[in-house]
Design a binder for this molecule. Structure first.
Ligand code: HEC
Length: 127
């Protein structure tokens, strides 16, 4: 995980401030009282994150549940570019409303991880 997508230096800090919005995500369903705070990218950064930047995040924060199983149990795998990019829209939704990773999974994402994945989706999932 790196802050590379945020860029380095003063210019990048200004860009970051101008190009983001703070979102307090949550869910009205009391059974899923997930709340997380995210910086939400609004424009694709000049050097967009690529799959190799987000793959380790999906591995660490999603991969323990989203695996390919022989019995077809469990959610679909999030382990290849195609598997992840095909679901980019839903993944974005789930990150914005804090429903994935599930709150009780002990796999909370850092704001930087969420930012990286949301930027990657915003930039049209560069390979
Ligand atoms: C603790 C296990 C677990 C982890 C960790 C997990 N998921 Fe899931 N995910 C599930 C299960 C189970 C489902 C299917 C049932 C459901 O929708 O709740 C699901 C469904 C989904 C769906 C589609 C259905 C929907 O409701 O939107 C998306 C998209 C998704 N997960 C993305 C992710 C991403 C991205 C991560 C990592 C950031 C992640 N998940 C981490 C268990 C997990």
């Amino acid at each position: 995980m790196s802050f590379r997508v945020l860029g380095i230096g003063i210019g990048a800090v200004i860009f970051y401030a101008a190009a983001s919005a703070t979102l307090l995500g949550g869910c009205d369903d009391p059974g899923h009282a997930n709340v997380c705070t995210s910086q939400v990218p609004l424009v694709c950064p000049a050097s967009p994150p690529r799959y190799l930047d987000v793959a380790p995040i999906f591995d660490a924060k999603c991969g323990s549940c989203h695996v390919a199983t022989t019995d077809g149990e469990g959610p679909w795998p999030l382990d290849t570019y195609d598997n992840v990019s095909e679901w980019a829209g839903l993944i974005r939704q789930d990150l914005l409303n804090c429903s994935m990773p599930p709150a009780d999974s002990g796999l909370a994402m850092t704001p930087a991880e969420r930012w990286t994945v949301l930027s990657w989706v915003l930039c049209d999932t560069p390979q």
